[in-house]
Design a protein around this ligand. Structure first.
Ligand code: IMP
Length: 208
């Protein structure tokens, strides 16, 4: 059995779909964990170890987000709560809003900041740091990216987070939210990181 440590139902669905061929039982777990670091790698490590401590077993954790070079790398590690971020002080004030509401506000904020910015400066990428840990020990880690650009407006209803404003390099101008889940899962940053994890898991089945 592998625990999946995340509070994000969109991520759980993607991880479960991508790891289904492993044939191992997956169990989502939800904990409220601080993400104090300024890199995805460090936040993912903190989360993975905290989740593994909590579950007592092998646990996948990840930290991911959207990076826009024209906005000095924002939303970056603040992707989940970008609408609540004070850009000057880089402090987040929790507004207590639901994930759906904050996702919409995050997208609106990115679109506002990108107004007047033209190609090729609309370039953006999703990045993920994915770790597998057991209590006290990181067993595996992988970092992956997926490149594209920011659309002029929100389009599509699929996926989660920034999917309605992110156009992939090879999605013929469609946002990730306009793709069916299988197509998004073929090309996403999460898919790339999970492919490596899949290989590791196949060679380390005795741990799972
Ligand atoms: P965290 O890793 O829980 O801190 O949150 C990452 C945030 O990045 C999510 O809440 C989304 O807003 C965004 N994000 C990460 N991966 C994706 C993706 O595949 N599509 C759209 N947004 C994503």
């Amino acid at each position: 059995m592998i625990f999946i440590g995340t509070t994000n139902p969109g991520k759980v669905a993607e991880i479960a779909a991508l790891l289904a061929p492993l044939g191992v039982e997956l169990k989502p777990v939800s904990l409220d964990i601080e993400e104090p670091a300024e890199t995805f790698e460090e936040n993912a490590r903190l989360k993975a170890l905290a989740y593994a401590e909590h579950t007592g077993g092998v646990t996948i954790s990840e930290d991911s987000g959207l990076i826009i070079p024209a906005l000095e790398g924002l939303p970056g590690v603040w992707s989940a709560r970008f609408a609540d971020l004070d850009v000057q002080t880089r402090k987040v004030t929790s507004s207590g809003r639901s994930r759906e509401v904050i996702d919409r506000l995050n997208n609106q904020r990115v679109l506002e900041l990108m107004q007047g910015i033209e190609q090729p400066r609309r370039a953006a990428l999703f990045k993920v740091a994915l770790l597998v840990a057991q209590p006290g020990k990181v067993l595996f880690q992988s970092v992956a990216e997926c490149h594209g650009w920011i659309a002029e407006e929100e389009k599509g209803t699929g996926g989660f987070g920034y999917d309605p404003i992110f156009v992939g390099q090879d999605t013929f101008g469609k946002t990730f939210a306009e793709l069916d889940p299988m197509r998004k899962n073929l090309r996403s940053h999460r898919k790339r990181a999970l492919d490596e994890m899949f290989l590791w898991a196949s060679q380390n089945r005795s741990l799972l």
